[in-house]
Write a protein that binds this ligand. Structure first.
Ligand code: 13P
Length: 241
């Protein structure tokens, strides 16, 4: 089980990010692997705070261009590796929507991440309208097919957009069906290598629903947003895994 915290554009100050890191450092050992993904501005501090703990460090995005150069405002996978990050979230629905990230751009970012040894956590998910129209599985399958390069290795996160930050979650049957479909798609494309591609669930994961969600077939962990900003909640979710 991988329990990853996506802090998004939070908390507002470095001091608060460090306080959260210090609280997590006290985490009792859990069978689950823990990962925190703070904003870029807190990565170096968190790397220092979490060094020697069992908590890994990830970023929330990287440039599609793998190497240093004239790309104002961009952060490369090489820079993230240098700071101690092991993972990077790519293709989050907030970036697909707010920054108009395309599947092709996400594919290029995955290649850049892998070129520098970062493990990508690639997000896919449907809108409420798409689910109502019965298109959830076809939309997610299309995102997966177009986002992943042929030599993909890494982690998938299924995050229904309508479940993010809303307190809503899909039914156990819907999560099970989607994760089974994703696993089948990965197996069809990548063969035995698909077994090493965990599929996380994300969207309103809380201490109260984590055990039920994490027990479902083909759910290899959770990508946690809001609840990862509270150390006690994040650790409770980790304990449920
Ligand atoms: P919430 O847990 O706040 O719903 O966010 C989920 C998410 O987007 C994680 O990447």
């Amino acid at each position: 089980m991988l329990i990853a915290g996506n802090w998004k554009m939070n908390p507002p100050t470095l001091a608060e990010a460090e306080a959260l890191g210090r609280a997590l450092r006290l985490a009792p050992p859990t069978p689950a692997t823990l990962l925190v993904c703070p904003p870029f501005t807190a990565l170096a501090s968190l790397a220092a705070l979490l060094r020697g703990t069992r908590i890994g460090l990830g970023a929330q995005n990287c440039a599609a261009t793998p190497d240093a150069g004239a790309h104002t405002g961009e952060i490369s996978a090489a820079m993230l590796r240098d700071l101690g990050a092991s993972h990077v979230i790519l293709g989050h629905s907030e970036r697909r929507a707010d920054q108009a990230e395309s599947d092709a751009l996400i594919r290029a970012k995955i290649a850049a991440a892998r070129a520098h040894g970062l493990i990508p956590i690639v997000c896919v998910g449907e809108t409420a309208d798409q689910r109502r129209a019965g298109q959830a599985e076809s939309i997610v399958a299309a995102q997966l097919a177009a986002s992943l390069p042929d030599d993909f290795a890494g982690i998938i996160a299924y995050e229904p957009i309508w479940a993010i930050g809303t307190g809503l979650t899909p039914s156990a049957a819907d999560v099970t069906a989607m994760h089974a479909a994703l696993h089948a798609d990965l197996a069809a494309r990548f063969g035995a290598r698909a077994e090493a591609m965990p599929i996380l669930y994300g969207g309103s994961v809380k201490p109260g629903n984590a055990a039920d969600l994490l027990a479902l077939p083909h759910v290899g962990g959770a990508l946690v947003g809001g609840a990862s900003l509270n150390a006690a909640d994040f650790l409770a979710i980790a304990a449920a895994g």
